[in-house]
Design a protein around this ligand. Structure first.
Ligand code: FES
Ligand code: FES
Length: 186
C-alpha cells in the first residue's frame, strides 16, 4: 500500500522481518532507500547499472539487484539484506566461513556474494563447484580471485548439511596445484 505526500510517496517495506514505512521519491531505487532512508548500509553501491552484483539483496528468497529495483513495487515482499543474515547474535555459517578462509579482502563485494550464496544453498544444499561459479556469475570481486569464495561456500554447505552435515568440517588444505616456489618459505 502506498500513500502520496507532496513530491514523495509513502512506501511500506518489510526488510529483515521488520516493517517500515518510508516517504521517498518514487524514482528512488531500493538500494538508495535501504542505505539512505532505512539506515541499512550493508548493501553496497557499485556500478548502479546492473553489472557488478554488489548491491544484491534477496526478495522472497531470490537474489535481486537493488540498484535496478523500485521499492514502490515491493510492498508485501520479504526483503533480506546482509544485516539480516545473522540470527540471535550468531553469524550465518557463510559469514563464518568467508571470514575463516579469508574470502573477503576489501569486503566490498561480500554482502552481495553472501546473499547470492545463501539463496543457492537454500535451493541446493550441496552445490557443485560449477553451480557455485554459475550462481556467482554476476558478482564481481576485484580482490580474491574467487577460489577462497568458492571454498568458503563449500565449507558452509558441509557445515549446514542438516543431519548429514558436519559442523566441525575444517577448511580445505591449500591447493595442491600451487607451484612449490609459491608456497616455499626461505
Ligand atoms: S550496483 Fe547494482 S549491479 Fe552494480
Ligand atoms: S573482496 Fe574486494 S571486491 Fe571482493
Amino acid at each position: 500500500m502506498t500513500t502520496k505526500t507532496p513530491n514523495k510517496t509513502l512506501i511500506r517495506l518489510k526488510v529483515n522481518g521488520q516493517d517500515y514505512q518510508v516517504a521517498a521519491a518514487v524514482s528512488k531505487t531500493l538500494l538508495e532507500v535501504l542505505r539512505e532512508d532505512l539506515n541499512l548500509p550493508g548493501t553496497k553501491h557499485g556500478c548502479e547499472v546492473g553489472e557488478c552484483g554488489t548491491c544484491c539483496v534477496l526478495i522472497d528468497g531470490q537474489p535481486v539487484l537493488s540498484c535496478l529495483s523500485l521499492p514502490i513495487e515491493l510492498a508485501d515482499r520479504e526483503i533480506t539484506t546482509v544485516e539480516g543474515l545473522a540470527q540471535n547474535g550468531e553469524l550465518h555459517p557463510l559469514q563464518e566461513t568467508m571470514a575463516e578462509l579469508g574470502a573477503a579482502q576489501c569486503g566490498y563485494c561480500t554482502p552481495g556474494i553472501l546473499l547470492v550464496a545463501k539463496a543457492l544453498l537454500d535451493e541446493d544444499p550441496t552445490p557443485s563447484r560449477s553451480s557455485i561459479r554459475e550462481a556467482l556469475g554476476g558478482n564481481l570481486c576485484r580482490c580474491t580471485g574467487y577460489l577462497k569464495i568458492y571454498e568458503a561456500i563449500e565449507l558452509a554447505a558441509q557445515r549446514m548439511g542438516g543431519e548429514g552435515g558436519d559442523k566441525e568440517a575444517k577448511r580445505p588444505e591449500p591447493e595442491q596445484s600451487l607451484a612449490p616456489e609459491l608456497v616455499q618459505r626461505n
